[in-house]
Design a protein around this ligand. Structure first.
Ligand SMILES: C[S@@+](CC[C@H](N)C(=O)[O-])C[C@H]1O[C@@H](n2cnc3c(N)ncnc32)[C@H](O)[C@@H]1O
Length: 205
């Protein structure tokens, strides 16, 4: 949560608060697009300098998290999409006897562990399931090609089904790797809606 203060010579007073989402390995920012279009504070972190133009992106390495984490406002929600090329079933080296580098996934989990957000989601491809399962257990949900682990309110995928067909039918050959990996707006929208709905319910408890 980010608290907004007005300085008034008497110590100031709070004029508002905004929820904060961190988007780790943010790419084109798909996970947090619905949040960016509302009143959330969005912080995107990616180490690819070519993505400097994506709004709210800081060009940082998640593995260096100890260098920057205390600069940021506390997150209500953390989403993470570590790179998936190694795990992709299209990649012939992706086999059970293959030992992929889990250091970026681990860095994302360490960030989540340290920052203790209310909810978090880690996304990856089906081929990553056996490796991520060893670290944090079974995935909680999948929507089309997007497998989701974490602590988050279930996303109503009935509302996303129409889009799943589009994901499946799109020819990925015509899109860049970043575009193929981008989380669709509908999933970002459902995550934001589920998070906010859950908050409204707990207010009554
Ligand atoms: C699967 S893509 C993310 C897609 C994103 N969720 C979206 O909706 O566009 C993975 C991203 O991780 C970034 N990345 C790879 N290694 C990283 C690191 N060590 N620190 C931060 N970002 C990293 C890549 O540059 C890439 O943009």
């Amino acid at each position: 949560m980010l608290y907004l203060w007005l300085r008034d010579g008497r110590g100031g007073h709070m004029i508002g608060k905004r929820k904060v989402v961190w988007d780790l390995c943010s790419g084109l920012g798909g996970w947090t697009e619905a949040f960016a279009q509302s009143d959330w504070v969005v912080i995107r972190i990616d180490n690819n300098p070519d993505l400097e133009y994506v709004p709210f992106t800081r060009i940082w390495d998640v593995k260096d998290w100890m260098d920057w984490i205390d600069e940021l406002p506390h997150p209500d929600l953390v989403v993470a999409s570590p790179p998936c090329q190694e795990f992709s079933t299209a990649n012939p080296v992706s086999r059970l006897d293959f030992d992929p580098d889990m250091s970026i996934v681990q860095a994302c989990l360490d960030i989540i562990d340290y920052s203790k957000p209310r909810n978090w989601v880690l996304e990856n491809v089906k081929g990553a399931c056996p490796y991520i399962r060893k670290l944090i257990g079974h995935h909680r949900q999948f929507i089309g090609p997007f497998f989701l682990w974490g602590n988050f309110p279930f996303l109503d995928d009935r509302r996303i089904r129409g889009y799943q067909k589009n994901i499946a039918s799109e020819k990925s050959r015509t899109r860049s790797a970043q575009e193929v990996a981008m989380i669709p707006f509908e999933i970002s929208f459902q995550l934001k809606r589920s998070f906010e709905h859950q908050e409204r319910i707990t207010r009554w408890c």
